[in-house]
Design a protein. Structure first.
Length: 397
């Protein structure tokens, strides 16, 4: 999905919000219908039957008929796909949508002349019942667009995302392999010795966010003041999210362009970031420390980085078992927990090699990924050379 910032007028913004309300209303009705289904009962209505019911509802209610049939039917289509994903055990069951959260709608059957460029940085997209809405032409719109989705985030910003499969980044063909170790103190460490950190808010931004959260806690629920404070908090957090996504895009693109194979740890992030709160009968331990760790993991963008790598370099991302990669010496293979003296220091008890602990782990990931890549190509037959970076081994005196 290629996303662009929309710049609607006030009148257009009201029309877009009305489309979001209609899509949310139709979606919630579909969720309610399926919530009554139990094993042994007649099956819940499918997409075709729900479309017939929608036609009857539009004939009865003027406010619903004033909206776009394309937007409303597509909400039902999206719900049908969500239920298919649920029964396919790839996603969770669809739930009710709330106003102000996940606002958006989808438009299909887009024609080539429904998107046009006005100037170097400005484009327009035609939205049913709204007309031409301008957006920032930050990059070329993908060719062959058949649908797009309009969304409004919690900060009140409108975006349009065109559905198109981008072309994968071609491999350089040099045979280079790199290992990537993800962490909290250091977001990513590379086997060539490099490190990179996801952007974090500046101190003045943190101070302002803390002040706003205190105001939010004192504001009365449902008041206009609380709404203004919530919008200010959402704007700060949205800016932080945008910076992190931008960093992930640049890092993943750089890795896909420079290396033939990228090795990463096969981490179960959803399990790693699960709350340690426990239950009333069995309360958890070190809940605050675990919550801070969870925030650090999510702020580093572990999952999105690998997801974007797999999309940009399909078939060239190798996931390896992370077991013992941080305890094994990459020079001699000696493995013991005592090798890792601290979060950042690694010193082998057998050969004396000293290195950054995250870089040493990244080198182990690289070697495992290189072996997997060779095996996947059927041994050394027809396989290009696997290049590894020279390592600096420091022997303790």
């Amino acid at each position: 999905m290629s996303r662009y910032r929309l710049s609607p007028t006030r009148t257009q913004e009201a029309a877009l919000a009305e489309h979001c309300g209609h899509a949310r209303f139709v979606w919630n009705l579909a969720v309610e219908q399926h919530s009554f289904w139990k094993p042994g009962r007649k099956s819940a209505p499918g997409f075709a039957e729900q479309c017939r019911q929608l036609t009857g509802a539009r004939a009865e209610f003027d406010w619903l008929r004033a909206g776009s049939i394309v937007v409303q039917q597509q909400a039902l289509k999206d719900f049908a796909q969500a239920m298919a994903n649920f029964f396919g055990k790839t996603h969770k069951r669809p739930t009710f949508r709330k106003r102000g959260q996940g606002e958006g709608f989808r438009v299909v059957a887009v024609k080539p002349d429904d998107v046009r460029r006005l100037s170097r940085n400005v484009g327009e997209v035609r939205i049913p019942k709204v007309g031409w809405v301008r957006f920032r032409w930050s990059r070329a719109v993908p060719k062959g667009v058949r649908s797009f989705r309009v969304t409004r985030d919690v900060a009140g910003r409108w975006h349009v995302a065109f559905a198109a499969l981008p072309d994968p980044i071609p491999a350089p063909g040099t045979g280079d392999v790199i290992g990537v170790d993800r962490g909290v103190a250091v977001s990513v460490a590379f086997s060539n010795g490099g490190m990179a950190n996801a952007p974090t808010p500046r101190e003045e931004v943190k101070a302002r966010l803390l002040l706003l959260l205190r105001k939010l806690a004192r504001a009365r629920k449902g008041s206009n003041r609380r709404g203004r404070v919530r919008a200010a908090v959402a704007k700060l957090r949205a800016r932080e999210t945008d910076r992190r996504k931008d960093w992930i895009e640049k890092t993943s693109t750089d890795l896909a362009r420079r290396f033939d194979v990228v090795g990463v740890e096969d981490l179960k992030i959803s399990g790693m970031t699960r709350s340690a709160r426990g239950t009333i009968g069995a309360p958890g331990k070190n809940v605050r420390q675990k919550a801070g760790l969870n925030r650090g993991i999510l702020a580093a963008g572990w999952g999105r980085l690998v997801k974007r790598l797999e999309q940009k370099a399909p078939g060239r991302v190798v996931k390896v078992n992370p077991r013992f990669t941080s305890q094994t010496c990459n020079a001699c293979g000696h493995r013991t927990p005592e090798n890792r003296e601290s979060q950042a220091e690694f010193r082998c008890r057998a050969c004396g090699q000293q290195a950054n602990a995250d870089v040493n782990a990244a080198r182990n990931i690289r070697d495992i990924a290189a072996g997997h890549a060779v095996n996947a190509r059927g041994g050394d037959r027809g396989a290009g050379p696997v290049k590894r970076e020279p390592q600096l081994v420091l022997l303790s005196g």
